[in-house]
Design a protein. Sequence first.
Length: 467
Amino acid sequence: MRVEKMLMAAACATAMVIVTVAQAEAQFDIAVPNFSGFGEPLREVVNQAARGNTKNLQLFADGQFDFTDVETLPVLGPIFNSRACGACHFQPALGGSGGFINEVRIRNNTAGGPLHIFASDNILRLGPQTQGGTTIFPNGVESTPLGCQITSPNCTRSVCQTEEATRTTFATTLAICDPTSAAFAHGTNCTAERQSTPLFGFGFVEAVADSTFSAIAAGQPDSIRGVVKKVNELGRTRVARFGWKADVATLRGFAGDAYLNEMGVTNPDFPAERSRCAVGQSQYGVLLDAEDDPEDETQADGRADIDRFADFMRMLDAPPVVGQNDSALAGHNLFRRLGCGGCHVESITTAANPAAFIPPTTGGVPITPSLNFFLANRTFHPFSDFLLHDMGSLGDGITSGVAGPRHMRTAPLWGVRGKSRFLHDGRAETLADAISLHDGQAAAARDRFNALTADQQRSIIDFLNTI
């Protein structure tokens, strides 16, 4: 049925109904404005299904369904940031970014991973919930909102949240990191906020050979040369390309990490809980956390939930482009002339045989031969090199492997018109603000932008809103 519906809607934009769990859990049915073409499956996958071969589209549909599934206790948590993938990746369509900060990192946290904002034992501590005089969740199951946020100064922390604050060295008094400040140089602890990254076109990014990223770096001038970050992931060394600090190399790795760190769901690739603070405990008759790891298991078809998430992301098409008027065309030329394309690389080509390095599912199932064909030898236009760069004061202050406090991965600019806030922590409300906040290796291009006339700057923004 899901495939049939997708085929019927293939000529139209996919309208999704996802909102933030953290900000609007009680209003989970509010529709998010849709941008035509965002969030759709690869056109080749749709055309293939129209010809009668629905295998890939069915995998996409199954993954899309799981992507919106809301986790409940005792699988959820016990510490988490959200209850569904789609709660953070919804703008302007399912698979996009979000309109809020969904993750916090702490400089002096040596345990790794993000701060977990919510905890299961905080959700239920007030027992049965009422709303408008009507009893809801009579057994105390997930209240609305999700208990108190650990980041709130007024939060009375639960046992799990107290443990989390200690583990991560978090305090509500910590300032946002500025890696170029005197306080940072003296070792002062600080926090880095992060918003979720859009997932559109990620299948193409995963399908790029490691050597291609190395070649991009080698071809860059010394003044802006990026750092190729390699990670040991799923049994082999790979070039990382996903995440604000380029921490992840594959979509399976991306899905498994997020399932554990954002929702607290253990899985075949990440089978251990981040905390055992609520194992075996119940409140108001509701079990908070069971001794049943991994909670996400590989099924008979060779797929766990994290594999279905990866299927969905892998087949999400790139953001659609918009026709350019004279101003946007002029802006494109200015973008190149200012040197923005040195890091925001316009075009990259995928490998001839991505299946040679894209990992199979947790049950050993490789990507389909037809999907491998659809992803192979494709030139796409992300406007990113996916490398780490020294961004000076715009760095998040967090160290992650070879990514130092000032390093950030180049954010892809395709589809940027679908975002409501910009930069890793959403500090910029406009694209012009985001450009002006660039620093470090991007300072020269920033200065050239700031030296333009207002009309020229407007042309660059017009161009960015077409890609």
